[in-house]
Write a protein that binds this ligand. Sequence first.
Ligand code: D5M
Ligand code: FE
Ligand code: ZN
Length: 486
Amino acid sequence: MTDDIILKFADAEILLDETAYHKIKAFEDSSQLVNSLINHLTMSPSEMLVLTGDQVEEYLGNSEIYSPLSKKTSEMAQSKLLPQEFDLQILKDASQKSYTNGEIKDLSSYFKNRYQKLKDLLISKRELADNQSIKEATSINDAVKIVGMINDIRSTKNNHKLIELEDETGSATVLIHNENHEVFEQAERLVKDEVVGVLGSRKGTLIMANELINPGVPRIDEKPMDFATVFLSDIHIGSSTFLADAFDRFIQWINGNYGDEQQQEIANNVKYVVVAGDIVDGIGVYPSQDKELTIKDIHQQYEEAARLFGDMSHVKIIIAPGNHDACRLAEPQPAIPEDYAKGLYELKNAEFVSNPAMVSLDGIKVLIYHGRSFDDMAMTVKGMSHQQSDLIMKELLEKRHLAPIYGERTPLASEIEDHLVIDDVPDVFHTGHVHINSYRRYKGIHLINSGTFQSQTEFQKIYNIVPTTAQVPVINNGSLKMLDFS
Ligand code: D5M
Ligand code: FE
Ligand code: ZN
């Protein structure tokens, strides 16, 4: 038994001196300590081969996690005393890459980039392998295979759909007959400025569509996840409708001091907390908002956020902005500026990313997007609503774009690159903004909307938005748990 410890270290090519061995052996949960020490030593660049007792002592003493988090030290909380090894990688972040302030001169290069990226995805599909340019297609009579950006969508008087499709060579009018039920139903989800493929035939000046093709996403394989990730958004700190008591229960929970045994076990497994925007309520976001603020200064709102988030010291926190945060509104939104959120930036375990952003948490790819474009999708597409953001998320994945409709409620910066194209397929697609949670598994991808920690505001009353408050989605060992702190 005892030599298990020595063997494990030997396997990792680490030798122990005698005191190190005894110190580890004396530790209550020595096998966990062995694993985390080996992990730590093999990850740190030093070439040390002999582990000394002092180094074990130093490892335990230095670790932030080792200092007890709370008064309560049940056996349950025990394993949390061990340090966690985080593997956070920022795969895509637009914070440093926003070159323009959305001036018109860049609009055409912005659309060109959007078109090119999505076209590349489309023509890599078998169905569109031998596609023609629109100019070619409008001069032939048989099978048409084209890729274009949608310029306009109309209905004819007999309720067929007409779409205006454009590429770099010209434009074509595509008719989708309403008796062609499957295609017509798909056509009802088309929006302006998305890029699609059309299979059909030319009839005079029109192209009759037989099939519409989205860039789409492949079914992905499930990856092992032996940890838990908490998905938050729309906390709205500073608002008079921010649910401070519920948020306090959440903090108690994550520290192992709230909830039943099963819930505490999940808390114990949490490594990452992701925040998809609207961490604070902001200032002047909508008319008369100040009447509903308890903290009327943006810096103070972030200071309060820092105080609350400061009580989660054993997990890695990833924070992206939303439309209430102190960022430019045009998407991609760069990370929350340090000037506004000094206290938050002082938290050693917090990372700030843009909206949208893609991160990797222990190899699990999480696409974070606040969800402003959901307002446009809900307004424009029949059957879509704030209540079912999972349907919107599914559609955005199929379109491979986070905000396909240009020039409506979602301000988009016309950058040289379109950062809202979904270049890479995530394992988790995490959003917020609508204040109503949702969850769905789509082609193996977890679609999560976090809901909110803010009860209904006057503004939301007008829009008849009934929020789901203080319910927190957690992915624990690969499956969703919804925890209720209300
Ligand atoms: O968004 C809070 C809620 O209000 C969310 O359900 C979206 C909705 N909302 C926000 N702005 C608009 C506009 N302009 N039109 C329709 N619905 C909207 P929050 O971002 O927290 O204010
Ligand atoms: Fe919000
Ligand atoms: Zn929002």
